[in-house]
Design a protein around this ligand. Structure first.
Ligand code: NAD
Length: 276
């Protein structure tokens, strides 16, 4: 079985750099697909309350028999639970569905800045971490202005920021901020969610041919070499196996740079200012 590299977060905890994400995995299929992911060698699962499939993730964890300390489980606080003490109830509901007494990483899913509650949400995540219900805390879809505010208000820097990122949309202003503040980047939509024709780009296709790998494997390898955490989604065991089979080759510096040069401001999903 593949040995997945780990990264050390700014709180000293470690995270597997490669996992399996379950956005848009139907609740009824989640247990089976997460068990497939475990079979393929994944131990890091990325879910969220809004995905509606935490119970399926929990069922797979229970059925797998894999020791809890070999798993890394992330879930996220949805936008309508940011105010007041709502985050404290929300994590308990997520843990109940997951059948766990703690997650490894709990994230504020979006800043939803028009609602005005993301600083409160961050303060409550700090309390949740202190209560032991999550080992690490972080954010998602936060831009530098949001990160500045939560860090200034609490003195606590998120362990990760999970943002849309792929070769055509690299969000360098966020990644530069994260590097300067010791925040690890988790890249969602690492394959462009299938909405951006990444696999047809010449540097991706050329590197795939040179290494006997698929274009998807080349793009995922680029992410790992960028120092990011990724959890591509697939409903096929064959592709799950393909997406984890990226640890036995390296892009040459020229190949890596040519893929980096694919930046096109090619955002495929919502901007943080649009999600409430
Ligand atoms: P992704 O970039 O992982 O793309 C998934 C698409 O790529 C699917 O259509 C799948 O069929 C296809 N695909 C997967 N493997 C392939 C392969 N080997 N060859 C060809 N096609 C392949 O997009 P995603 O699912 O949106 O992102 C991954 C994870 O990120 C999600 O499951 C979720 O956990 C997380 N996410 C988080 C947020 C957020 O706001 N925090 C938003 C979206 C996704």
């Amino acid at each position: 079985m593949a040995i997945i590299p780990t990264l050390t977060l700014n709180d000293g905890n470690t995270i597997p750099q490669l996992g399996y994400g379950v956005f848009k995995v139907a609740p009824a299929e989640t247990e089976r697909l997460v068990l497939d992911a475990f079979e393929a060698g994944y131990r890091h699962i990325d879910t969220a309350a809004i995905y509606g499939n935490e119970a399926g993730v929990g069922a797979a964890i229970a059925a797998s028999g894999i020791p809890r300390d070999e798993l890394f489980i992330t879930t996220k606080l949805w936008n309508d639970r940011q105010a007041g003490d709502a985050p404290l109830a929300a994590i308990d509901e997520s843990l109940e569905k997951l059948g766990l007494d703690h997650v490894d990483l709990y994230l504020v899913h979006w800043p939803a800045p028009d609602n005005g509650n993301y600083v409160n949400a961050w303060e409550k995540l700090i309390d949740i971490r202190e209560s032991g219900r999550t080992r690490s805390i972080g954010v998602s879809n936060h831009l530098p202005e949001h990160l500045d505010r939560i860090i200034a208000a609490t003195g606590v820097t998120p362990a990760v920021d999970q943002i849309e990122l792929h070769p055509a949309y690299q969000q360098r202003e966020v990644t530069d901020y994260a590097a300067a503040h010791g925040i690890k980047i988790e890249s969602w939509g690492p394959l462009g969610q299938g909405k951006y024709p990444l696999f047809d780009e010449q540097p991706v296709a050329a590197a795939a041919a040179a290494h006997g790998k698929t274009p998807a494997q080349v793009v995922l390898r680029w992410h790992l070499e960028e120092g990011e955490i990724v959890f591509p989604k697939s409903s096929s065991l064959t592709r799950m196996r393909e997406n984890i089979d990226i640890l036995d080759f390296e892009l040459t510096p020229e190949e890596h740079a040519a893929i980096t040069a694919l930046e096109r401001d090619g955002r495929v999903s919502a901007h943080p200012s649009e999600v409430h």
